[in-house]
Design a protein around this ligand. Structure first.
Ligand code: SF4
Ligand code: SF4
Length: 382
């Protein structure tokens, strides 16, 4: 399919902007193994159109974590450049790795009529959006979380669907635009203006593409509403802030408030808050270049110094678990003793898919829906 001219122009413009403005100070390079391998953003931009450049592999080896963008003293945005390079590679037919098939299938299943369900009670303007990985791995926590939210938010609805971040990050613009806008437009037409998310990736997608729908994390909501009660934990932990929320200090603060309320002391790692690092899952680099993806877990192992690492993304928890004792803050909030003892109940595939189907049935029984649907297999105009 021919590329939209505006998008082609955007990459050319970004390449030129980087060539004109990057002074090769090396601040971003010091933070990132990908840049240490391929060179400064100035060099990468300058060589993008050279026949020697691996246009297929290079942008798919960047984790899209945004740390380079955060630390750049000149406010340049290398992350956006590498995402545009992915999109350009896909348009040229270069960005289709068999190693990505698993993730693409995951999104396809997540957006299928079998796994989706939208339930909106009368007067609903807010929905809970649990995402894919969290409800699959933690159905009991998902039920407890929704039950709590439902007791506080009048006419709360639910959307079980995939935010289609995989397509977004793999540079498959057309698939992302079609799938996400179909969901957003259906919700906007029915008066939805707020989405409560537990997944940082879903937050990022709604924040940039949600239009009239404003995302809010459940962490902020729980921190403001007195959860958890009576956890009575003790000891010191570190917090891994997920990179899609690096620019959201209110989310960082809320998670620390929850931990403090549980009785846990937070010892900060060097990279935290806005300067957090990727967990290793970002950009789906691991299947293509495991060596680069592992740089991040090694940083966490070193910085956490043997402490348990609390995070607030199901993907981060799974990835970091190969390097450090990692736990999701919602496991701690709703099953404190079990989770603190390293015994949180976390399902693995293929049980995760069965869990999602069971949750779908539970939501259908729990919500008195005035509007409901499953996602149509092909985008509709309704
Ligand atoms: S991996 Fe992260 S820090 Fe490195 S270039 Fe990509 S977005 Fe920037
Ligand atoms: S930090 Fe900014 S100016 Fe320095 S090398 Fe990186 S992109 Fe260039």
């Amino acid at each position: 399919m021919p590329a939209p001219p505006s998008t082609v122009f955007a990459l050319d413009e970004r390449l030129e902007h980087m060539r004109q403005n990057c002074i090769e100070c090396g601040v971003c390079v010091r933070e990132c193994a990908f840049l240490r391998r391929y060179g400064t953003p100035w060099r990468i931009a300058g060589e993008w159109n050279s026949p020697r450049t691996e246009r297929e592999r290079l942008p798919f080896s960047c984790s899209l974590c945004g740390l380079c963008t955060t630390v750049c003293p000149l406010d340049l945005d290398p992350k956006a450049l590498f995402l545009d390079m992915r999109r350009s590679a896909v348009r040229e037919g270069l960005g289709h790795f068999p190693e990505h098939n698993r993730l693409v299938d995951y999104e396809t299943r997540g957006t299928s009529s079998r796994y989706t369900w939208y339930g909106l009670p009368d007067g609903c303007d807010t929905v809970f959006f649990p995402g894919c990985t969290f409800p699959g791995t933690r159905p009991a926590v998902t039920r407890k979380l929704f039950t709590f939210l439902m007791s506080k938010v009048p006419n709360l609805g639910v959307v079980m669907d995939c935010c289609t971040k995989p397509s977004h990050d793999l540079g498959r613009e057309q698939a992302f635009d079609e799938r996400f806008s179909e969901m957003r437009d259906w919700l906007v037409k029915r008066g939805i203006r707020r989405v409560l998310v537990n997944c940082p990736n879903c937050y990022g997608v709604f924040e940039k593409n949600g239009g009239q729908i404003r995302p809010e994390t459940v962490y902020e909501y729980l921190a403001a509403n007195g959860v958890p009660e009576n956890a009575n934990l003790s000891g010191a932990v570190s917090v891994h802030d997920p990179c899609p929320l690096r620019d959201h200090p209110e989310a960082h603060k809320s998670v620390r408030t929850l931990l403090d309320r549980m009785g846990l002391e937070v010892k900060e790692m060097k990279h935290h808050g806005m300067n957090t690092v990727c967990c290793g899952e970002g950009g789906n680099v691991a299947p293509v270049d495991r060596q680069l993806a592992t740089q991040w877990g090694n940083i966490r192992r070193e910085e956490s110094r043997g402490r348990t690492v609390v995070t607030y993304c199901a993907g981060c928890t799974a990835y970091l678990s190969s390097y450090v004792p990692a736990v999701h803050v919602l496991d701690l909030a709703f099953f404190p003793k079990q989770a603190a003892a390293g015994q949180a109940k976390i399902s693995a595939a293929p049980l995760t898919y069965l869990n999602r189907l069971r949750l779908k049935a539970w939501f259908k029984r729990t919500i008195k829906a005035a509007h409901e649907r499953v996602r149509p297999e092909k985008p509709s105009q309704s």
